[in-house]
Design a protein around this ligand. Structure first.
Ligand code: BES
Ligand code: MN
Ligand code: ZN
Length: 519
């Protein structure tokens, strides 16, 4: 079996816009058509009005839907044939009750459900783009995602997957093409993050992860710096070294720099985004056994996802460069494997985080905050205006918010801005507080801080409180806990497959765009 490459293991489909259906029959094709519930209860589904299908085609589709009993309910799928159309079949996807405007994520999810249901179809043409081009392209592409890198042809036929998407739009001017291209780039970044998360810990260990990050960064024109374990030890990255030293596969710190801002003109607090600097930090634990504070066996394999924050940060800074955002974006990504062994750190050990704060490691399974603290201090040395850090940090995130809702903490204003933007892109981050009194729970009898609190309360917020200690004064920061949202262990839904989800890549990129636009 060939090892997976640094590019997406399963290549993204190409996206084109067109203002009419093709004249000739397209081989291996499906037309995805949004449908809504009829005006009366229980009425048959109706095709959403659009300028691309004539009355004959709409009639063919609606007659077939009526025969199937399709009612146009949200995300309901019906596959029918319409002989007058230049496609093999039509896939009707329900949007629920008819309305004048749809929320973007309703369209994204419907497109995703439709794309997920297809296998062995090469070309998708859709009229859904008439409602919302961007959401349709994102949903179709995210729903077409497959991870086949580790299937041998002997055990499973390779899913050919969707190769080409044609989005029907009223016009095909450059501005329209630009919207489709941007949506495709965002969905490709999500696929990159998913591929990294889905790559198993046998194949993705710190040095290999750093190598892939470097290849992705260089292909997007980023400056790349990789610090190996010797340099990390020499420069005092005690958190990364402490967590990584139980593994035979030593840790790394990767730095990816996009210089898009005008540094000369850069003034903190200016109201245009040009010249702003944003630091991104992502947790890159390539596998988390818990270390000496070892985790139970049940579901330990889910800890292949413990580098989901790092994956999203790498995908985001690469996307920022591809989209030429007029700001500086500097990603600082600590990578380590948390293993128990004769060389592992022990509960009770004291380490010195980068920058000098000492920590008593009471629980080696609270390792994320140890590598992140080093990375946050390093990231703040660049003098960023904003810092976004994201990590699969606590099981308490899932207890508090469930499997699909990231917890967003940080400085009040920026936290709220990140949460609001996360809602708008459908990743649905939710603002959470960092109550002052929690800091007392992190007191240590021997060091400046302990890495865990003695109480079972508010585990997600305690972790955020720990990280706050390392953020430089004056930096607006947000911490996004994606413990469950980064990795879907349930059934697929909407545009979200099982396994790596790519969350919060779209949130972070949208925040970067917002900063680029308004500071
Ligand atoms: N990587 C885990 C958090 C996690 C749990 C992510 C479940 C995804 C799913 C993290 O390193 C961890 O082990 N956190 C501990 C912290 C505790 C020891 C304070 C936890 O949540 O139990
Ligand atoms: Mn852990
Ligand atoms: Zn972890």
């Amino acid at each position: 079996m060939s090892p997976v490459s640094a590019s997406t293991a399963y290549p993204s489909p190409t996206v084109a816009v067109a203002s009419a259906l093709p004249k000739r029959k397209v081989a291996s094709s499906v037309l995805i058509v949004p449908v809504v519930g009829g005006s009366e209860d229980d009425a048959a589904a109706k095709v959403v009005a659009n300028p691309y299908l004539d009355a004959e085609a709409v009639g063919e589709i609606e007659v077939a839907l009526e025969a199937l009993g399709a009612k146009g309910g949200a995300e309901q799928l019906s596959r029918v044939v319409a002989p007058s159309l230049p496609v093999d079949s039509v896939l009707a996807v329900g949007l629920g009750k008819d309305r004048d405007t749809w929320p973007a994520d309703t369209i994204r999810r419907a497109a995703g459900v439709a794309a997920r249901s297809l296998s062995g179809v090469e070309t998708v043409i859709t009229t859904m783009s008439d409602i919302d081009l961007e959401a349709t392209v994102e949903g179709l592409m995210m729903g077409s995602y497959r991870f086949t890198a580790f299937r041998s042809d002997k055990t499973a036929p390779k899913d050919t997957g969707v190769r080409k998407i044609t989005a029907l739009t009223p016009d095909t001017r450059a501005a329209t093409k630009e919207i489709a291209a941007r949506a495709a780039a965002i969905a490709t970044a999500v696929a990159t993050a998913r591929d990294l998360v889905n790559t198993p810990p046998s194949h993705l260990f710190p040095a290999e992860f750093a190598k892939r990050a470097k290849a992705l960064g260089e292909s997007a024109g980023l400056e790349v710096e990789v610090l190996d374990d010797k340099v990390l030890a020499k420069e005092g990255y005690g958190g990364i070294i402490g967590v990584g030293k139980g593994s035979s596969r030593p840790p790394r710190l990767v730095r990816l720099v996009h210089r898009g801002g005008n540094n000369q003109a850069r003034t903190r607090g200016a109201d245009s985004g040009g010249g702003k600097t944003v630091a991104l930090v992502g947790k890159g634990i390539t596998f988390d056994t818990g270390g000496i504070s070892i985790k139970p066996a049940a579901n330990m394999h889910h800890m292949t996802s413990d580098m989901g924050g790092a994956a999203a940060v790498i995908a985001t800074v690469v996307l920022a460069a591809q989209q030429k955002l007029p700001i500086d974006v500097i990603a600082t990504v600590p990578m380590a494997e948390n293993m128990p062994s004769a060389t592992a750190q022990r509960p009770g050990d004291v380490l010195t985080q980068y920058g000098g704060i000492t920590v008593e490691v009471l629980n080696t399974d609270a390792e994320g905050r140890l590598i992140l603290a080093d990375a946050i201090v390093r990231a703040c040395q660049d003098g960023p205006d904003y810092l976004i850090e994201t990590s699969t940090l606590t099981g308490a995130q899932t207890v508090a918010l469930g499997s699909r809702t990231p917890g967003v903490m940080g400085s009040d204003e920026f936290r709220d801005r990140v949460a609001e933007i996360s809602q708008s892109v459908g990743e649905n981050g939710w603002a959470m507080p960092l109550p002052e009194e929690l800091k007392d729970d992190l007191k240590s009898t021997v060091a400046d801080l302990a890495n865990v609190s003695g109480s079972r309360f508010a585990g997600m917020l305690v972790a955020g409180t720990y990280l706050r200690e390392f953020v430089a004064d004056g930096v607006q920061w947000a911490h996004i806990d994606i413990a469950a949202p980064a990795y879907n262990t349930g059934g697929p839904w909407g545009y979200t497959p099982k396994g790596g989800t790519g969350v919060p890549t779209r949130t972070m990129f949208a925040v970067l765009e917002d900063i680029a636009a308004s500071g």
